[in-house]
Write a protein that binds this ligand. Structure first.
Ligand SMILES: *[C@@H]1O[C@H](CO)[C@@H](O)[C@H](O)[C@H]1NC(C)=O
Ligand SMILES: *[C@@H]1O[C@H](CO)[C@@H](O)[C@H](O)[C@H]1NC(C)=O
Ligand SMILES: *[C@@H]1O[C@H](CO)[C@@H](O)[C@H](O)[C@H]1NC(C)=O
Ligand SMILES: *[C@@H]1O[C@H](CO)[C@@H](O)[C@H](O)[C@H]1NC(C)=O
Ligand SMILES: *[C@@H]1O[C@H](CO)[C@@H](O)[C@H](O)[C@H]1NC(C)=O
Ligand SMILES: *[C@@H]1O[C@H](CO)[C@@H](O)[C@H](O)[C@H]1NC(C)=O
Ligand SMILES: *[C@@H]1O[C@H](CO)[C@@H](O)[C@H](O)[C@H]1NC(C)=O
Length: 649
């Protein structure tokens, strides 16, 4: 041994004293090199240093070896500061780090838990050993309870549950707990047996079976397991746990009735009744209900899951219910305490008098009654509007007017049971003349079209409706005091002349609605055709509504200002004051707004020789007129062919 080597060995030994030492058996005849310990998690990159952790500098010529079965296998070489992997197992996972002083091993696996050797030639250093330790936290443990259930009347140890922790490294430890206290092996009382599997990844899966002598008092005990393992981040022991639902044993000792939903029940609710025991598995059940007349418990029919469904719950479902269980193995029958089920109800809401009839100006007293197992509150509403008109069981109506007739509602509700209420309507008849929804109405029609005309009347007694023309009529009543008749009729010239009248009659009297029919023509009428109708109504093309441009093509072209003035005068006749305003604006050549938002005057900018008038009436919202004047024709003033009105429905 040369002097430099001795010095090196001395230095090396000194350094090793500073390190945490874990004995690794070395060769007998050589001084045991104490390896450096490096810890890494599976999947991470481990950093292997070629010397004491403080040493740094330029490691320009280094060789790295893997110690395998006391043989050294070259895995990496550093030459002139450049690193190169040797072919083999580590070929693709090694790289240089930190100017050659450190070798990085990526994607660490449990198989890498080995010793590595670094020989540095430049600078010349003693051999340096590195031992890699690998860690991996296991997955959260799972517990499987003994699903068959445990009979306590046996002396032997019974399997309680199995705890499994997957993919840990090194092997984690299992600790079993009962009600929060760790369990120890105990002769003839507690036995814990663990076994492990090495996965192909090198990770361990641990399985631990807890067996115990179970006594009845253990029925509600909580058993759970915990895994204990170590990770490189600090030397702390970490653990995780998973609790196991209350553990139950056979035979069952207790049986009870459960009702869903909990809380106050009312008629109409969907209620289920089920039986439960503390046994595992659950035995066979029957549900019984006390018959109120005989006082005997009678079996109710349940569904295949042993549930009794009351859907909807009704007041006769109230009563005493009881569960019975039968353990087929022990032939033990258990009976639950009876459970009182109460279905709250409101029923038989009655209003007196049932069909009140009064003269206008009379007074009326309405009384509401109902049956319930609860205290009730009463409210009175108008049916149409939902307006609250009174509270309490009595409603006093004084000096009744026509408008007060119609349906009222008595709502009986139980304030202690949310959502429990019943409603009874009553129709108050104020005796009087039929009342028409409208007295007079205009309808725009086409000749020879089939038309549905409607007529609505209200009153008490309910009127009947007749028409003054032939046609098929259908009648219906939206409420007890209103009648609507719809007449299906063909529009003939005679009909246009006479118009239509509907008459509503009851024994007090009759009332009428007059329906005026106005002609709408699909095409511009010739003077002849307008004469055949005998109507003074201006003729119209429906296409002219809302689309001035399409009309323009069909209309006579403007030729002279004189005719325009004539046309404007005609319009003025039709639409008095409005026409005058139009004429003014036309002369101004502007496009003004009407007197109100309901009337619009439109002048297409492209054609100054024409104007369009659109009239919307709020009295007859379905009717809109569009008047178009033209200076195109040299017809006489007042000629119908020059005015185009579209009245749309
Ligand atoms: C390390 O040494 C090599 C060759 O010996 C040289 O090329 C390189 O510059 C040195 N690097 C440092 C950081 O000293
Ligand atoms: C209606 O009741 C008011 C007030 O109670 C009373 O003044 C009036 O005379 C009554 N009318 C009739 C017709 O009974
Ligand atoms: C009456 O019951 C229905 C549901 O049953 C509920 O939606 C309503 O609010 C109740 N009305 C009153 C006045 O309690
Ligand atoms: C007929 O009905 C109208 C309401 O459309 C009403 O104003 C008029 O008073 C009624 N006629 C009679 C005699 O009641
Ligand atoms: C008129 O009423 C009948 C029956 O109510 C219906 O079949 C028909 O379509 C209606 N006609 C029109 C134009 O509304
Ligand atoms: C209705 O038809 C009958 C014959 O079916 C006829 O005698 C009567 O004049 C017609 N009435 C009207 C108003 O058209
Ligand atoms: C208005 O006329 C134009 C051009 O003829 C046409 O393309 C358009 O569909 C029409 N619009 C309506 C609402 O009829």
């Amino acid at each position: 041994m040369g002097l430099p080597r001795l010095v090196c060995a001395f230095l090396f030994a000194a350094c090793c004293c500073c390190r945490r030492a874990t004995g690794v058996p070395g060769e007998e005849n050589q001084p045991t090199p104490t390896p450096d310990l490096v810890e890494a998690e599976v999947g991470s990159t481990a950093l292997l240093k070629c010397g004491p952790s403080r040493s740094s500098g330029n490691f320009s010529q280094v060789e790295w070896f893997l110690i395998h079965k006391e043989r050294k296998i070259l895995i990496f070489r550093v030459h002139q500061g450049k690193g190169q992997s040797e072919p083999g197992e580590y070929e693709h996972r090694l790289s240089l780090h930190d100017s050659g002083a450190t070798l990085a091993l990526s994607q660490v696996t449990p198989h890498d838990e080995r010793t590595f050797l670094c020989k540095s030639k430049r600078p010349r250093l003693p051999d340096h050993y590195v031992e890699l330790q690998v860690f991996k936290a296991p997955e959260e443990p799972t517990i499987q309870a003994n699903v068959v259930g445990i009979h306590v009347d046996r002396e032997e140890l019974r399997e309680v549950a199995t705890c499994v922790g997957r993919n840990g490294y090194p092997i984690p430890q299992v600790i079993w707990y009962k009600n929060g206290r760790p369990l120890q092996e105990e002769e003839n009382r507690i036995h814990i047996q663990s076994s492990q599997i090495v996965e192909s990844s090198g990770l361990y899966t641990l399985s631990s079976v807890l067996s115990a002598r179970v006594v009845k008092e253990d029925r509600d005990a909580q058993f759970y397991c915990e895994l204990s393992y170590r990770l490189p981040s600090g030397n702390r022991i970490r653990s995780r746990r998973r609790s196991l639902s209350p553990f139950s044993v056979n035979p069952a000792e207790k049986v009870w009735v459960e009702v869903e939903p909990v809380g106050l029940l009312k008629e109409g609710d969907h209620v289920t009744i089920r039986c439960l025991t503390d046994g595992n598995p659950q035995p066979h059940f029957t549900i019984h209900k006390k018959d109120p007349s005989t006082g005997e418990m009678e079996e109710e029919s349940t569904d295949e899951n042993g549930l009794l469904s009351l859907e909807p719950a009704q007041k006769h479902h109230s009563g005493l219910y009881q569960c019975q269980s039968l353990d087929l193995e022990t032939v033990i029958t258990l009976t639950s305490d009876p459970l009182e089920l109460l279905v709250h109800y409101v029923s038989d809401v009655r209003v007196k008098p049932t069909a009140p009839e009064v003269q206008e100006g009379d007074n009326l007293t309405l009384t509401c009654e109902a049956e319930s197992n609860q205290d009730l509150e009463f409210e009175w509403l108008r049916d149409k509007t939902g307006q609250l008109v009174g509270k309490g069981p009595v409603l006093q109506l004084n000096n009744l007017r026509r408008e007060a007739g119609g349906r009222y509602l008595c709502v009986a509700s139980a304030p202690r049971v949310p959502g429990l209420n019943r409603t009874q309507p009553v129709s108050v008849g104020i005796i009087g003349f039929p009342w028409m929804a409208v007295k007079e109405r205009k309808v725009w029609v086409q000749e020879n079209a089939v038309l549905n005309l409607s007529c609505e009347a209200s009153g008490h007694p309910l009127p009947s409706i007749s028409w003054n023309v032939n046609g098929s009529a259908t009648e219906w009543s939206p409420d007890p005091q209103t009648v609507v008749s719809i007449l299906h009729v063909l529009v003939t010239p005679e009909l246009l002349e006479t118009g239509v009248q509907c008459t509503a009659t009851n024994y007090v009297g009759s009332n009428t609605t007059i329906i005026v029919l106005k002609l709408v023509s699909l095409t511009t009428l010739t003077p002849d055709s307008s004469q055949t109708t005998g109507l003074s109504t201006p003729t119209v093309s429906p296409h002219t509504r809302a689309n001035g441009t399409s009309t323009e093509r069909k209309l006579p072209q403007p030729e002279s200002k004189g005719v325009v003035i004539v046309a404007v005068i005609v319009c003025t006749l039709v639409l008095a004051v409005l026409g005058a305003a139009l004429y003014f604006f036309y002369k101004k050549g502007k496009l003004p707004c009407g007197r109100s938002g309901k009337q619009e005057i439109t002048l297409p900018p492209t054609r100054k020789g024409e104007f369009v008038v659109e009239v919307k009436s709020d009295k007859l919202p379905e009717e809109m007129a569009l008047l178009q004047g033209s200076n195109g024709d040299k017809r006489a003033p007042g000629d119908q062919g020059e005015k185009y009105i579209d009245l749309r429905h």
